[in-house]
Design a protein around this ligand. Sequence first.
Ligand SMILES: Nc1ncnc2c1ncn2[C@@H]1O[C@H](COP(=O)(O)OP(=O)(O)O)[C@@H](O)[C@H]1O
Ligand SMILES: [Mg+2]
Length: 278
Amino acid sequence: MSDDAVDEPVREATREEIADDTAGIDTVDRTAHLEGAQDAILVADRLRAGYLPDVDILFETDLYAKKGELIGIIGPNGAGKSTLLKSMFGLVTVRSGHVEWQGETITNMKAHQLVPRGVGYVPQNNNVFPKLTIEENLEMGAYLRPKTFQERFDFVCELFPTVAERRAQQAGSLSGGERQMVGMARALMMDPTLLLLDEPSAGLSPALQDEVFYQTKKINSTGVTVVMVEQNARRCLQICDRGYVLDQGRNAYTASGEDLVNDPKVIELYLGTLAKAR
Ligand SMILES: Nc1ncnc2c1ncn2[C@@H]1O[C@H](COP(=O)(O)OP(=O)(O)O)[C@@H](O)[C@H]1O
Ligand SMILES: [Mg+2]
């Protein structure tokens, strides 16, 4: 051991210094994106999108998912995480860039075109029909394939026992967390190949959050490719294969979930005390 290191004054790095330190995980790396995207099932490439004219929320945002991957998207509030999911489900107009799914360009396709192509989407809010019962909500989910209703219903009930128990209850009377589960269950009724989940653990008790992460992993293990947005960043990175950190509509970091969750910069900026102060 060298004596030189002993008297270094200890000082907390500032946010700027951490962000400037490019050692470790690469920041925006188009080369790695293009390479990974080559055999991906889902590719979002250089997406520019926004809600108001001339105001972009996403700035050349990239994402890809390989078949069967569980992808996490984390980042501060307002970073554009939901917008990125919406831009892949035709809910916000993509102004430039493109989205590809199973080799087909699906940029700006709408839900009615995407659902038959195996894409399921569960929004963070308004994810159930409140006047309908749970079972009716699930019937709506299976409207394109009514013949497989029973089979899918059984699958979903096994995954979400509460759904089975409360099948006759009006969805509007459920808690936010229970609605989120019904929303997920409804998307699963179509037997999707890709599931886009927007903050499935939001508003849930710690025990229910555990359940949702477990269920998401379980759904993924049946072969469904999952892209999940989460505020619960640490938990999300712990279960996902790869993660994307979005910041102000831009790709900030991307790596395996494990590398991200253990990266000092990511911890400091997005998982640690600075992240909380934001
Ligand atoms: N419907 C909308 N109309 C106008 N601006 C919106 C709308 N939805 C979101 N935004 C804005 O887009 C930005 C990104 O929002 P969002 O994608 O919801 O962030 P996140 O999901 O990362 O919290 C925010 O500045 C937000 O105010
Ligand atoms: Mg959001």
